[in-house]
Design a protein around this ligand. Structure first.
Ligand SMILES: Cc1cc2nc3c(=O)[nH]c(=O)nc-3n(C[C@H](O)[C@H](O)[C@H](O)COP(=O)(O)OP(=O)(O)OC[C@H]3O[C@@H](n4cnc5c(N)ncnc54)[C@H](O)[C@@H]3O)c2cc1C
Length: 477
């Protein structure tokens, strides 16, 4: 009986699985999870992420046990462990889901070499995006690798149909795939945190619930952080407890409902666009892995953001005195997630009001987010910092007062997450509808730590000097 090893990582499910489908062509599948140093460090960095991952891995193991199999867990260096296991089982192939960030792509290359050296086939499959990078690239009219701008990407993406691999019952798993170590536990990664139970059945139920109701109001949800009604599927997509292609397909099916109101259809379209954004950033990193260290835009490679700022800790702790920024940071600390609109506002504050490097912000949030997708974090941070795929002529500096007026007009989001403001009254503050600051008390909420207009003008001055230097040479060193 031929055996193929399937190595699970960010694809912890059996349904609609491109990797398992590819593995099944080479034999009965031995399902393997390797906890290596890289995975351990990413789980150690965020306790909630560790709790989510362990819960999702346990759910996958339970699903395999229902099929008479079980997850084979190994701890150690992934290429060596998988090569050893391939030899033990006489596996014809080792299959896994491709990575999109630079470290992951390098690890995949190393794994491929180790497996091929053993004489087995090494196969990395695009499972994470709904539309694999090569498919969107092949569909473009002009030559070149990948897309650097979202608009033309989206034009192509929305015409493509995601593949379908919905046949888990046809997959055949080996019953004993070699000796297993115990399943990972949150405590292995120093986490005492608990998160709502994770795994494929939960992700599926979340999607169904979302498409029944909230998705039809998504255009409002994206602008109303206090309602908290976006899909919250990011961690499920990161760890593959649901396939992005399943989410895209189900969203498109929902759009076929002839009895939708025009605004409900528009909401579903906007949600679909968000999913396309995910694929866009995955392909961006796939074709430009070098940008994990530097700006995507060549002209911005030498622009120097500061590595620190006297107010950096205030931003980190959610104590800038700008409620919409601080509420976002505190939501992240409390839940491991931040509303998408507020992410952009809080990130902009770091990059432009403080002039601090987007990499500092990315590393900071990495310690709290449950999501674990370096390619998506990178693309978004670079976009916000004006050094990535957003081709706006000038950096989009968000005014936190205006943003609060627009997206949290009654200050309810701020009051929800900032304890010191919980009992404040909505009122005028710095010329905008904001929270009236409670005076006195042990836990006083700070006044704004800087003058936004001045900070934004200072940054634009440095930016202008850099892109159109007086002496003709680009530098802000
Ligand atoms: C500075 C900054 C950093 C970010 N870092 C991350 C990150 O580390 N990991 C991450 O998954 N997302 C990141 N995002 C994108 C986005 O904010 C989150 O995916 C979203 O908040 C997740 O909430 P949701 O699942 O309710 O999203 P929804 O609005 O319901 O969207 C559905 C799904 O589409 C995808 N999506 C939506 N917007 C984006 C986007 N801009 N880029 C990529 N995918 C998107 C996500 O997978 C999301 O789960 C970041 C955005 C910004 C501005």
């Amino acid at each position: 009986m031929a055996v193929a090893i399937y190595r699970f990582a960010r694809d912890l499910r059996l349904d609609d699985h491109a990797g398992l489908s590819a593995a099944s062509a080479h034999g009965d599948i031995a399902p393997v999870l390797v906890v290596d140093r890289e995975l351990e460090s990413r789980l150690r960095s965020s306790p909630r992420r560790a709790a989510y991952f362990c819960s999702a891995a346990a759910a996958l193991d339970a699903a395999l046990r229902e099929r008479g199999s079980a997850l084979v867990v190994r701890r150690g260096e992934h290429a060596a462990e998988l090569a050893r296991l391939a030899a033990e089982l006489g596996a014809a192939a080792v299959v896994w889901s491709a990575s999109y960030d630079r470290a992951g792509i390098a690890a995949d290359t190393e794994l491929q070499a180790a497996i091929e050296e053993r004489g087995a086939r090494a196969i990395a499959v695009h499972d994470s995006p709904a539309i694999p990078p090569e498919e969107s690239t092949a569909a473009r009219s002009s030559a070149g690798e990948g897309y650097r701008a979202f608009a033309p990407y989206y034009d192509v993406w929305r015409e493509l149909e995601p593949g379908s691999y919905e046949a888990p019952l046809l997959l055949s798993f080996v019953h004993s795939g070699g000796a297993s170590e115990r399943l990972p536990q949150p405590a292995d990664f120093g986490s005492g945190d608990s998160v709502p139970a994770a795994g494929a059945p939960h992700a599926r139920a979340k999607l169904e619930m979302f498409l029944r109701g909230p998705a039809l109001q998504y255009s409002f949800a994206i602008n109303a952080p206090v309602d908290d009604l976006t899909s919250h599927l990011s961690a499920d997509l990161t760890f593959g407890t649901i396939a992005a292609r399943t989410v895209v397909r189900e969203t498109r099916n929902r759009m076929d409902d002839p009895f939708l109101l025009a605004e409900e259809r528009a909401s579903l379209r906007l949600f679909q666009r968000a999913l396309a954004m995910r694929d866009f950033f995955l392909q961006l990193s796939w074709y430009n892995p070098q940008t994990s260290n530097g700006a995507l835009q060549e002209k911005m490679r030498d622009f120097l953001f500061s590595q620190t700022h006297p107010l950096l800790d205030a931003w980190r702790e959610g104590r800038t005195g700008f409620p919409i920024v601080d509420a976002g940071i505190r939501q992240l600390h409390a839940t491991g997630w931040m509303h998408p609109r507020v992410r952009a506002i809080a990130a902009s504050f770091l990059c432009f009001d403080l002039g601090v490097d987007w990499r500092v912000g990315m590393a900071e949030w990495e310690r709290y987010l449950i999501e674990d997708d370096p390619a998506l974090a990178l693309g978004n941070w670079q976009w916000i910092a004006g050094v990535g795929a957003d081709l706006a002529a000038y950096p989009r500096i968000y005014n936190p007062y205006k943003q609060a007026r627009q997206f949290d007009p009654a200050g309810l989001y701020a009051r929800k997450w900032i304890g010191e403001l919980a009992h404040g009254r909505a009122g005028a503050h710095e010329g905008s509808a904001q929270i009236e600051l409670p005076l006195g008390g042990a836990e006083r909420y700070p006044r704004p730590v800087l003058d936004h207009d001045r900070a934004a003008r200072d940054f634009l001055g440095r930016y202008q000097e850099f892109v159109t230097p007086a002496g003709g040479r680009r530098s802000n060193r």
